[in-house]
Design a protein around this ligand. Structure first.
Ligand code: 1GP
Length: 245
């Protein structure tokens, strides 16, 4: 299924805050995924982001099929590598890791993925992906072999996000990394939001409705939560309310 309207266009036009639940397929059983789908549909979750920095279990296809057969929430791939491209999803964050200086993640892998994306019906969302230091070394920092932007260096984050927008990227995603001890600082979100006009996605280390609400107030257009929900599905309605309210 194609999205009725693009993720970026809908965010820009409707000016609504959005809630994306991150599904790392390695962290779910099919039973638990079913429960997540049910509760997400009831709670007004806007998107499922789907993927992980390192996947070791071959469940992607099964899970994507199951999600698409059981709910209308758009599924956006959030791939750790090009093996995670799957046409069963609706769209894909085509991530350029602009906070790092690893050429493979700035353009190399994209060249490999481009013909597959062109042939698929996926909505391709070019995304400036920025890792922000969340107080602990995350899988994504290790796997990408890049240094995150220091949490107190808002000016670096601002210039990086701005460069991403000027290069024509459609979205900026600032991520403290899955399971980060500290989410992206609110002061950094505010600063970056002041300088860019494309939508801003914030994730990594958000564990409570209050943190999600504060990220929105600071300027996040989309808030992504993974770990906390993996641990406690009951958080879905309260975080959704905090973001949409
Ligand atoms: C990670 O932003 C996502 O890339 C979500 O992080 O799992 O810490 O919520 P958490």
């Amino acid at each position: 299924m194609q999205l009725n309207h693009s993720l970026t266009n809908s965010i820009i036009k409707e000016k609504k805050k959005r809630f994306a639940v991150l599904i790392d397929p390695d962290k779910y059983t099919l039973d638990r995924l079913k429960r997540l789908i049910k509760i997400s549909c009831k709670s007004g979750v806007d998107y499922f982001f789907f993927g992980g920095s390192l996947l070791t279990r071959d469940q992607q296809d099964l899970f994507l099929t199951h999600i698409k057969e059981n709910c209308d929430i758009p599924v956006i791939l959030f791939p750790g590598n090009h093996f995670q491209i799957n046409a069963k999803a609706d769209g894909i964050l085509f991530l350029s890791l602009i906070s790092g200086r690893n050429p493979e993640l700035l353009i190399g892998k994209h060249v490999v993925a481009a013909p597959y994306l062109k042939a698929s019906k996926l909505e391709v969302i070019s995304t400036g992906y920025m890792l922000i230091d969340g107080g602990n070394r995350t899988t994504v920092a290790y796997m990408s072999n890049t240094d995150p932007i220091p949490a107190e260096k808002s000016e670096i984050a601002v210039c990086t996000a701005l460069a991403g927008e000027l290069l024509g990227l459609k979205l900026i995603y600032m991520d403290a990394g899955s399971g980060a001890s500290n989410p992206v600082p609110l002061s950094m979100i505010k600063q970056v939001k002041k300088y860019i006009s494309i939508p801003l996605v914030i994730g990594g280390g958000i564990r409570t409705p209050l943190q999600a609400a504060k990220a929105c107030q600071a300027g996040a257009d989309v808030v992504v939560v993974g770990n906390a929900i993996e641990e406690d599905l009951k958080l879905v309605p309260s975080i959704s309310e905090a973001i949409h309210g």
